[in-house]
Design a protein around this ligand. Structure first.
Ligand code: DAH
Length: 330
């Protein structure tokens, strides 16, 4: 008879252990066969043989279940080891993209004017002298050209310094009445904490029949617009100069950080300059061949709005693409 207890002891995994059980106690197993052979045994010997077979069967069962339990423990700990999860491991996150704060402000501005039936007009970023300057009442050698440091290509073309040329293109392509805004990128040779070589503007233009558009209309829409953007602020119009408007004004809002008391952002004046505007100059209408019309125009810098809305001190930080900053905005 095989030394079954020794076999069990040697078994290294559950599969081998099971084959040992079959070898001993299966239908044709050695112990099973020994029990079957009992019938042929000598009557006198039978009880003795039966007793030792039963003892063998019992000790087999005990050894088998103890071994099985210990092999199962080994298998379990091997599986746990193999599937171990290291919770301290670095896991890259899938970041969800979002609109850049400047584009968010741009959309807010566009929405305001779209809801009031302004059309959205666009024009090329590479412009010519006529559309960017000449037709806007900025003839060659006019000192006001110095207000805008221009990138020239050397062949007469230039990068538009403002979105005002879209006024000209729209008026040349359409008859009045006109009620438009022109959002877009503009370019100037400037780089400091409040200037970047590329930034965004939104231009506005309304043209209708003679005497139909007044400065009161301009004040009304801009006051509604600025309180929509900045909340409960006071709006003031200061006389100013732009070649393409007459009269011209610069528009200030009361500082929404200090409520007009004076702080770092408003340089202790209580006011923040936010845009330029005026009644369209007769020379501009002449340049596009419009007669007997009246109109107003305005222009604003989107980054300036974003800086004031989000309280950002250095404009350049909006262009550095640092997610840690951008995530805090919008
Ligand atoms: N084009 C001006 C600039 O870039 C902004 C501006 C001022 C536009 C007054 C206008 C306006 O249409 O009426 O500084």
């Amino acid at each position: 008879m095989t030394d079954w207890l020794k076999e069990i002891d040697k078994a290294q995994d559950l599969e081998i252990l099971e084959s040992i059980r079959i070898g001993a106690l299966g239908k044709k197993g050695e112990i099973t066969q020994a029990f079957a052979a009992l019938k042929e045994a000598d009557e006198a010997q039978k009880p003795l043989i039966a007793k030792s077979l039963n003892e063998l069967k019992n000790s087999f069962a005990l050894a088998f279940s103890a071994k099985k339990e210990s092999l199962e423990m080994v298998a379990l700990s091997q599986a746990l080891q193999a599937e171990r999860i290291d919770v301290s491991r670095f896991a890259p996150r899938n970041e969800i993209g979002a609109l850049h704060p400047v584009m968010h402000v741009m959309d807010e501005i566009i929405d305001f004017f779209m809801q009031r039936n302004f059309t959205i007009e666009t024009g090329p970023m590479v412009e010519d002298d006529f559309h960017n300057f000449e037709a806007l009442n900025l003839p060659k050698h006019h000192p006001a050209r110095d207000m805008q440091d221009t990138f020239y290509f050397g062949d007469g073309r230039l990068l538009r310094t403002h979105t005002s040329p879209v006024q000209i293109r729209t008026m040349l392509g359409k008859k009045p009445p006109i009620r438009m805004i022109a959002p877009g990128s503009v370019f100037r040779r400037d780089f400091d904490i409040t200037h970047t070589p590329m930034f965004h503007q939104v231009e506005g233009l309304i043209v209708d029949g003679k005497d139909k558009v007044s400065f009161a209309h301009l004040k009304h829409i801009l006051e509604a617009f600025l309180t929509h953007m900045f909340g409960d602020v006071a709006v003031r119009f200061r006389p100013s100069f732009f070649p393409f408007t007459e009269p011209s004004a610069e528009v200030d809002i009361s500082c929404h950080f200090c409520k007009g008391e004076g702080c770092r952002v408003c340089k202790h004046t209580g006011w923040l300059e936010v845009l330029g505007c005026g009644m369209v100059d007769g020379n501009v209408f002449e340049a596009v061949g419009y007669e007997d019309v009246s109109g107003y125009a305005f222009g604003l810098g989107v980054e300036r709005f974003a800086m004031l809305l989000y309280g950002i001190g250095d404009l350049r930080s909006l262009f550095e693409g640092d997610v840690r900053l951008l995530e805090q905005l919008v």
